[in-house]
Structure formats: structure tokens, C-alpha cells
Design a protein. Structure first.
Length: 275
């Protein structure tokens, strides 16, 4: 994948504006992308992932959003959801998410639900994998897919074991890729990093990358004197094996990323143990 330019958010298409939260980091890249979605000429909007509790950020989101129909969360991680209830109270609206416990004064979203806010058309797609409650949002008029953390603007995402699960991840990427094959989606609007114009290429890369990592994990097991058939069902909870695999597979990766890599390795070991 080619190096992406600096990312600062901005307007995309006629219906999307990304307000970048000032929370850059190893896991958040440039920061959390808060998406404000509104039909041209409409008064009401949807705010997706208001992000952390940072007053200057939430002020910028409120200014961009105007009247808010509701806050929508792509998943529960705090860099997306921390400000949700407080921002909804401020804007006089509810919070919607797949997990009922994240909702406030609103109902949970459902797979395939078609949303209409002031003429804005959107469709909910449940895409577990990064987490069990991850969702994406199709914007037909923009031929765009908001991916949450399932697809990032740079690099690849983490399957956060035990909440995230690799089999579900592969299924979700296949669902997302089908939208491209059906000529419904061209671009991906992620929750971290830049907009991606080549949806097909990125999603194909995600599958290839994850399959390559699986092969590397299997090779690492062999170096450690194990095969997938030797793995017990609870191998992902092993105290030391996942880190030993990380040290082999991610030897060329900065050690600051090894903690996140271990989540994915645990998910990969669980996948191999069940295969």
C-alpha cells in the first residue's frame, strides 16, 4: 500500500464531513474521525462516533452538525463512544448503536436497517470482527461505506480478542467486498486515517494480508514445535504462547505495537484451533 498524505478530515461528497478529533496515537492514527452526515439543504444530521471528551472537538462537531437527529456509534471503544451521551444531551438527541447498553433515549440499530434523516439515505451493515458490536454504514448516494475500525485509512485493523473474532472478520470483509461487486460502493470512509478511493483494492488487500499473517502464525508455531492440530481450544488464553508467536511474526515491527499485535495473534490462534 502506498504512503498516504497527512490527514486533517474535511468535506467528502455532498453529504459527508469529517471532523478530526485531537487524539492521535499508535491505535488511533491521526485521531478519531467524527463523521457528520447530512443531505444537502437539510437541517438535521447524523453524527457518527463523536469521539473523546474534548471540548474544542465537540464544539467543532456541534458547529458542523447543526440540528442532530441522533448520535450513531460504530462500536463501543472509548475513542469513538466516550463523548456520545454527553454530546447527545447537549444536542437534544439520542444515541444509537448495535449494543443496547450503548444506546440512550433511542433504539438499537439492526442489520439492514434503512435510515432516512431529512432525505439522507443510509443502510446499517453489521460487520463484527474488530469487535463483536462493529457496524458499517452504506451511503448509496455517495457510493461510500463508513467502515468504523473494520478498515483503517492506513495499515490494517486489529482483531481485538476475545471480543473480536477472526471468522466473523473474514465474513464481514466479504460482505463489504460484495457491496463493491454489486456496484454499490466505490470509496471507504474509515474511523481513523484518510478516505480510501479504491474500495475493491483495499478490501482485497485486507483479506490477503490476514491470510498471510495466518500463514506466518502457523510457521511460528512450527518453529516453536507446534502445529494447529496440537492447539487446545483455549489456546488464545495461554499465558505466554501468544507473545512468543508475536516475537517471531512481528520481529520487524516496532515493539510499541506488539500489545495490539498480541490481540490479533490470540484471535488467530483461536481461529486455527477451531479450523
Amino acid at each position: 500500500m502506498t504512503q498516504q498524505p497527512e490527514w486533517n478530515g474535511g468535506a467528502f461528497g455532498e453529504r459527508g464531513r469529517c471532523v478530526l478529533a485531537p487524539n492521535p496515537g499508535v491505535m488511533t492514527l491521526d485521531g478519531t474521525n467524527t463523521w457528520v452526515l447530512r443531505e444537502p439543504g437539510a437541517e438535521r444530521s447524523i453524527v457518527v462516533d463523536p469521539g473523546p471528551v474534548v471540548d474544542e472537538h465537540l464544539d467543532a462537531v456541534a458547529e458542523s452538525a447543526g440540528q442532530v437527529e441522533y448520535v450513531l456509534l460504530t462500536h463501543h471503544h472509548l475513542d469513538h463512544s466516550e463523548a456520545a451521551r454527553g454530546f447527545a444531551e447537549r444536542m437534544g438527541c439520542g444515541v444509537r448503536a448495535l449494543d443496547p447498553e450503548l444506546c440512550w433515549r433511542s433504539e438499537p440499530v439492526t442489520d439492514g436497517e434503512r435510515i432516512d434523516v431529512g432525505g439522507l439515505q443510509a443502510e446499517v451493515l453489521t460487520t463484527p470482527g474488530h469487535t463483536s458490536d462493529s457496524i458499517s454504514l452504506v451511503l448509496p448516494a455517495e457510493r461510500a461505506l463508513l467502515t468504523g475500525d473494520m478498515v483503517l485509512g492506513r495499515g490494517t485493523t486489529v482483531v481485538v480478542h476475545p471480543d473480536g473474532e477472526l471468522s466473523a472478520y473474514f465474513d464481514s470483509i466479504a460482505r463489504m467486498r460484495a457491496l463493491v461487486s454489486e456496484d454499490r460502493v466505490d470509496t471507504l470512509w474509515p474511523a481513523h486515517g484518510p478516505v480510501l478511493d479504491d474500495a475493491a483494492g483495499v478490501l482485497d488487500h485486507y483479506v490477503v494480508h490476514r491470510r498471510q499473517r495466518l500463514a506466518q502464525v502457523e510457521a511460528a508455531l512450527e518453529r516453536l514445535g507446534l502445529t494447529p492440530t496440537d492447539l487446545p481450544p483455549d489456546v488464545a488464553e495461554h499465558d505466554t504462547l501468544p507473545r512468543r508467536v508475536v516475537e517471531v511474526v512481528y520481529a520487524d515491527v516496532d515493539e510499541s505495537l506488539w500489545g495490539a499485535a498480541e490481540w490479533s495473534v490470540r484471535a488467530q490462534l483461536a481461529y486455527l484451533a477451531r479450523r
